[in-house]
Write a protein that binds this ligand. Structure first.
Ligand SMILES: Cc1cc2nc3c(=O)[nH]c(=O)nc-3n(C[C@H](O)[C@H](O)[C@H](O)COP(=O)(O)OP(=O)(O)OC[C@H]3O[C@@H](n4cnc5c(N)ncnc54)[C@H](O)[C@@H]3O)c2cc1C
Length: 464
């Protein structure tokens, strides 16, 4: 980087857009747990797509690496800068620019927090279905770049399924103006797909055209207790048959998750006893409140009659629905109730009919390393996605061994080492467990074509 480059950025982007030296706040180089990374050379906070383009054109000319930051809620160390990097923070591009009710489309800047978008479209009787625990902080650009999943994938799909068009700035500052609002567009390669889920290594998303849907008039939640994982699978099938498009979530919790969350997380109350082998949180929503109630009650009656479920409770108000969701959404708080160095969280995909075998094998192999270590499992079972955690308080030095064990096992089961959160830096060594050498080489070829100087999020996902 030439001397005077930061001054050049100041001149090109204006005061307030570029922070350097002591003006750089700690939040730009600390992770979600407060752990520090090196201070970047500068933090740039654009207000417009043109600003992003100017910044990248200059960085491309100088070969200066850039780390793009959304809400920094990603869990794979992707947004933490190196000392030679410039941070591109999207925090000032945070507006919902348009809500087109008739077309069912919202246009948002990439730095818009997810919850802000959800609340804005609600004012027009609409819903943006993407929803996750980090909704208050994560941004639309981060959601797109990680192809976020979350709680309603079973009904509405991943973020990829909610994107109609994208505006993206590539590494040399070129603006790809693909902010189209229509579903059907077979006019050659669908370029937006390159930028969805590629963790910011191919371009910076600046604006997005997003699908929004009529907000359901009613949302009802049931918490059920089940005797075995076989019954969990049978109950899922029955719920899909009986509820069809009304089924918006099907989340499974192994006994240890439910019991420990109820016992350890402050403010969480368990409406069912803690001794059942499995629990399922099921959500149904739709436009006809009476029908939702009737369908859900009938489903539970049939499931009880068929001995699929042992016990169940239904939400009677928004507050009771939120209290049930609180159990499922407390995974981070549960993790934090154990010592930091002794807990590890994963998000993997594996075929639903092998989930129980996966969980049991994982627990047995964890105990073979440390008999006092244990696993806690829950997940978006309806989407084939598990979130197993490993707790190893007495063997903190075995972190790498446990990590390898989980990813090796996922490879053995033909699963994905990342269902939702991405690869970033922390999972890079294990990418080969889920992708072939040829696939990774093709990813590298795309990276070289779009970012020949390797300035965008270098080292994330793979090295070039
Ligand atoms: C409590 C909690 C619950 C969570 N639950 C879920 C869940 O259910 N499902 C799920 O999928 N994830 C979940 N996550 C992970 C995380 O919230 C998501 O990955 C989210 O999409 C990240 O958004 P962000 O704005 O924070 O992105 P960041 O963390 O800032 O960035 C993530 C990646 O995207 C890149 N990026 C960010 N903005 C842009 C942009 N505009 N252009 C190009 N690249 C960009 C970054 O460089 C980085 O590689 C959870 C996290 C927490 C803390």
């Amino acid at each position: 980087m030439s001397e005077g480059f930061i001054d050049e950025l100041h001149n090109a982007l204006g005061k307030g857009a570029v922070l350097s030296g002591s003006d750089i706040d700690a939040r730009y180089h600390h992770d979600i747990g407060g752990n520090p990374a090196p201070k970047p050379r500068a933090v740039v906070r654009p207000r417009t797509t043109e600003d992003v383009s100017v910044l990248l054109r200059l960085c491309h000319r100088e070969g200066v690496p850039v780390t793009t930051q959304g809400g920094m809620t990603g869990l794979v160390r992707a947004t933490l800068p190196n000392a030679d990097e410039i941070v591109l923070s999207m925090e000032r591009m945070n507006n919902v620019e348009e809500v087109d009710v008739s077309a069912g489309v919202a246009i948002a800047q990439a730095g818009t927090p997810l919850q802000k978008l959800q609340e804005r479209v609600e004012q027009d009787g609409l819903m943006f279905p993407l929803d996750l625990g980090a909704r208050g902080s994560c941004t639309i650009g981060g959601n797109i770049s990680t192809n976020a999943g979350g709680n309603r994938v079973i009904r509405y799909g991943m973020t990829r399924d909610l994107i109609l068009g994208l505006e993206v700035v590539t590494a040399d500052g070129t603006v790809l103006r693909g902010l189209r609002k229509y579903i059907k567009n077979n006019t050659g390669i669908d370029l937006k797909q390159l930028f969805i889920g590629s963790e910011g290594i191919l371009g910076v998303v600046t604006r997005a055209a997003l699908r929004v849907f009529p907000a359901p008039a009613e949302r009802q939640v049931a918490l059920c207790a089940l005797p075995s994982f076989g019954q969990v699978m049978a109950f899922l099938k029955l719920a899909q048959q009986r509820l069809g498009g009304e089924l918006t979530a099907f989340e499974a919790m192994w006994n240890a998750y439910y019991r420990q969350t109820v016992e350890r997380v402050k403010g969480v109350a368990g409406p069912l006893p803690t001794n059942h082998p499995f629990y399922v949180l099921l959500e149904a929503s739709g436009s006809d409140a009476e029908r939702i109630h009737a369908d859900l009650e009938q489903l539970l009656e049939t499931a009880m009659g068929d001995d699929l479920i042992l016990d169940a409770t239904l939400s009677t108000s928004n507050a009771s629905a939120a209290a049930i969701w609180r159990i499922r959404d407390s995974s981070v708080e549960l993790g934090r109730s154990f010592p930091f160095a002794a807990r590890m969280g994963f998000d993997i995909s594996v075929a639903i009919d092998r989930m129980e075998e996966y969980a049991d094998t994982l627990d047995a192999r964890v105990k073979a390393i440390d008999p006092q270590a244990f696993t806690i499992v829950m997940g978006h079972v309806g989407d084939g996605n598990l979130h197993p955690s490993v707790y190893h308080e007495h063997t903190p030095d075995k972190h790498d061994e446990f990590e390898k064990l989980v990813y090796d096992l996922t490879g053995e089961f033909g699963g994905s080492i990342s269902a939702e959160h991405g690869i970033g830096i922390s999972r890079r060594p294990y990418l080969k467990m889920s992708r072939t050498e040829e696939e990774i080489e093709t990813m590298r070829a795309l990276k070289r074509a779009l970012d020949p100087k390797n300035i965008l999020n270098p080292g994330r996902i793979f090295t070039v």
